[in-house]
Design a protein around this ligand. Sequence first.
Ligand code: UDP
Ligand code: MG
Length: 140
Amino acid sequence: MATERTLSIIKPDATRRNLTGKINAKFEEAGLRIIAQKRIHLTKAQAGKFYEVHKERPFYDELCEFMASAPVVVQVLEGEGAIVKNREVMGATNPADAAPGTIRAEFAQSVGENSVHGSDAPETAAAEIAFYFSGLELVG
Ligand code: UDP
Ligand code: MG
């Protein structure tokens, strides 16, 4: 399998509870390298742009409010099959369905406040990385 890059976000519920290091340890234990990382505070408009694909969904407004409610840590993870691997490490969207040992099983508070975002396909990964990072920030 090829080396890939994927976009990850440690969400406000997790930064609020000081879980950045514990979540990063899960990525590194799974063989994912954090090749770029920054802590930012999104505006609701920026969160809305990032999650535009969900704008018709009933949870969109609440999701954007939540993502702008506290700082997030945006990061690029690199590794063999990183996109699917990160989704495995994250666990299912709803923590009630997340496999034991996954980030969402251990840390998520609800289906909305679920601690992490991860790209779901190569095309979305490329677009999402470019949303937050310039080429100069991706040093590998
Ligand atoms: N979400 C929500 N309610 C739902 C489904 C999703 O609040 O019923 C939020 C949740 O924070 C989720 C995000 O919207 O992570 C994006 O949804 P998606 O279906 O893409 O889930 P993910 O890819 O994050 O697992
Ligand atoms: Mg998604």
